[in-house]
Structures are given as structure tokens and as C-alpha cells.
Design a protein around this ligand. Structure first.
Ligand code: PMP
Length: 358
């Protein structure tokens, strides 16, 4: 007797970063923001009338959609919200790609959830390798035979960005394909293509409140794009779940959008810490890719990344190691507070000194 579908039996789910409960770790493994959300969020929660929770939320999240539209100078019809950008991205697959179509193109080293959704929705994957130095292969994407593509910019886990002119060339050369750009980390650099959604009807930008807005716990993400693309997403969403963004999440995300000063200050702090600690890692013998994100992608010139990961965990510092070809000798290190980064450096110094002594 087998109760499970073929997909359920065969799919290899995405592995989120570990959240061990055995002790308190310096947690630099899931690209969370080390700073609290803006003060308006706490005030909102403290004064929230729990009685409101007996009612379903607005299925269209009109108030939040209006705020996001305003932020980007767009109309509400250009905005789609979801329970985290993972949900928005997942819904893109049945919205834009067919089972018997030419497939979805993405890089070989990128956010590893894309391949899971492709499998889940039985859509062919057209995997395009990054270049030897992990740079994005724009000319291969431009010519790719596929129904559409997902480009993570800045890319995860490398932190590298795609040149804007290259993105424009890809979008313009493929007017019949939907080009999805996952901008989960775009607030940590100046690479967003959000201003181009009015120009290109085939461009969809997906963004999140989880990283730059310090709201990973509320689960809120969104897409902006042409009304036709947004309506497609709404059709799929309303065929799965009418109420993806709950009342609390909606209210909190609105508060976060209302405090741009706080937002910019935290993002600037993270960028300054990132650049400072990239140099400190280099001093310890790491080769660190130039990061445009809130994480560093680094490989050590003597000690294997798997060993560093394991030793760091023993010392109470969690970083992410991907057991995946091409990147298995790299660590992805979230940029934490300066104190957290100091703890990382201290632990690394100990590991490196111990290795030298042996
Ligand atoms: N895209 C990328 C590239 C990510 O790294 C993440 C976070 N794991 C997401 C999307 C999803 O973020 P969330 O669902 O928290 O919005």
C-alpha cells in the first residue's frame, strides 16, 4: 500500500538552514537581519486588538498592496503579495511555466529552491552554469531555449550581481518569455530592476521583507510586474489559498514600510559590517567574493570548508555549508552585528591556530 503520490515519494525538499535548539548559537546561517524591526512594529503589536483575529484577513491585502505600489511608484494592479517570497516564487511556477513547455532556466549555483519547485510542478529545468569565477553567464541566458527564467540578483549563495545592461539585453531579446528576478537581497546593493517593470511587460520582480526589513518571522514577500503577470499569480493563488497574508503580517509589513529612515540606517550598518569583515576574513586567509548582499561567500586557502563549518559549530557559531559540487569548499556567512562577527573571527582564529599547531 502506498498512500503517497509519485512526486511526494520522489521529491527532495529544500533544506532550510538548521535551527538547532541544544544551545544558544551565534546564528550566521540563514541570512536573517541581526537588528530588530523598526519601532513601529512593536507599537503595532502592543496595541493590536486581538478581537480582530476572529475575522479572515482581506484576501486582496488592499492596504499593504497600496503601500508597496506607492513605494515603487506603481499601481496596486502591479503588486502581488504572499506568505514570504518563497510562496510568491513557488506560485510563479504554475503561473508561468507549462509541464510540456520549454522549461525554466536558472543558474547551476543559485538559490536551491528553484530546482525543487521545478520538480514539484513537473517543469523542465534548463540549468545554465555560472562561469568559472561564478559570474553569471548573460549570453547563455540571452539565447537559452526555455519558456522563462529565474535570475537571482544578487545571486545566492555567491553574493555576486548581474550587470544591469546584461539584464536589459536578456529581457529585450526574449519578449515572449517571463523573466523573474529574485531580489531577496537587492536592498544591500544598488542593483534593483524594480524601476523597469513599467517598461518591460515580461519582467517580474520578487522581493521580501525577510532580510532588509528584519521580518523573516512574519513571512511576507511580494512580486511587482505587468498587470497580466500579476493577474496570473492571483489566479493561481486563489486556486490554492484565498488568505495567504494574515492580518498581523499585513499590519506589520505596512509599519515597516512607513519607516524608511530606520530601514536605510540598518541596511547601511549591515553593508559597513559586511565590508569590514570581508577584509578581516581575507586577513585570516580567506578568499572572499565581493558581496553585494547581507552574506559573505568565502573559501579558506588551507582548511576545508566542511571542517571549518564543523569546528565553528562546536564553538557555537553557525554558518552555512552546501555539500554541492563547485561550492563545497565555500562557507556562506550571514553578516550579523559587529559583536556576532567578532565572535566569528575569534572562533576562526582559534580553529586556524589549532590547525597550525597540529
Ligand atoms: N530568495 C532567496 C534567494 C533567498 O535566499 C530566500 C531566503 N531563503 C528567499 C528567496 C525566500 O525568502 P522569504 O520566503 O523569507 O521571503
Amino acid at each position: 500500500m502506498n498512500y503517497l503520490s509519485k512526486i511526494c515519494r520522489s521529491i527532495q525538499p529544500y533544506m532550510a538552514g538548521e535551527q538547532p535548539q541544544d544551545k544558544k548559537y551565534v546564528k550566521l546561517n540563514t541570512n536573517e537581519n541581526p537588528y530588530p524591526p523598526c519601532p513601529g512594529v512593536e507599537e503595532f503589536l502592543k496595541s493590536y486588538d486581538a478581537d480582530k483575529l476572529k475575522l479572515y484577513p482581506d484576501p486582496n491585502n488592499t492596504a499593504l498592496v497600496a503601500k508597496i505600489a506607492k513605494k515603487h511608484g506603481l499601481k496596486p494592479a502591479n503588486v502581488f503579495v504572499g506568505n514570504g517570497s518563497d510562496e510568491v516564487l513557488a506560485m510563479c511556477f504554475p503561473t508561468f511555466f507549462d509541464k510540456d513547455g520549454d522549461g525554466v532556466a536558472y543558474s547551476d549555483v543559485t538559490y536551491s529552491f528553484y530546482k525543487v519547485w521545478a520538480k514539484m510542478f513537473e517543469i523542465e529545468s534548463v540549468v545554465i552554469p555560472l562561469m568559472d569565477d561564478f559570474r553569471f553567464d548573460a549570453s547563455a541566458f540571452k539565447q537559452a531555449k526555455c519558456q522563462g527564467m529565474i535570475i537571482c540578483n544578487p545571486n545566492a549563495p555567491t553574493g555576486l550581481i548581474v550587470n544591469r545592461l546584461d539584464l536589459m539585453a536578456i529581457i529585450e531579446a526574449n519578449p515572449e518569455k517571463v523573466i523573474i528576478i529574485d531580489e531577496a537581497y537587492a536592498d544591500f546593493c544598488n542593483c534593483s530592476m524594480a524601476n523597469y517593470v513599467s517598461k518591460y511587460p515580461n519582467l517580474l520582480i520578487v522581493r521580501t521583507f525577510s532580510k532588509s526589513y528584519s521580518l523573516a518571522g512574519v513571512r511576507c514577500g511580494y512580486a511587482i510586474g505587468n498587470e497580466v503577470l500579476i493577474n496570473g499569480l492571483k489566479t493561481i493563488k486563489d486556486s490554492i489559498n484565498s488568505y495567504t497574508v494574515n492580518r498581523l503580517t499585513e499590519g506589520i509589513a505596512i509599519k515597516a514600510l512607513e519607516n524608511n529612515k530606520y530601514f536605510t540606517a540598518q541596511v547601511d550598518k549591515i553593508i559597513a559590517t559586511r565590508d569590514l569583515y570581508a577584509d578581516k576574513l581575507r586577513e585570516l586567509g580567506f578568499d572572499v567574493l565581493p558581496s553585494n548582499s547581507n552574506f559573505l561567500f568565502a573559501t579558506h586557502n588551507e582548511i576545508a570548508a566542511s571542517e571549518l563549518y564543523y569546528q565553528l559549530k562546536k564553538l557555537g557559531v553557525l554558518v552555512r555549508h552546501f555539500n554541492q559540487s563547485r561550492i563545497d569548499n565555500y562557507l556562506r556567512i550571514t553578516v550579523g552585528s559587529d559583536d556576532e562577527m567578532e565572535a566569528l573571527i575569534k572562533a576562526l582564529k582559534k580553529i586556524i591556530d589549532d590547525a597550525k599547531a597540529n
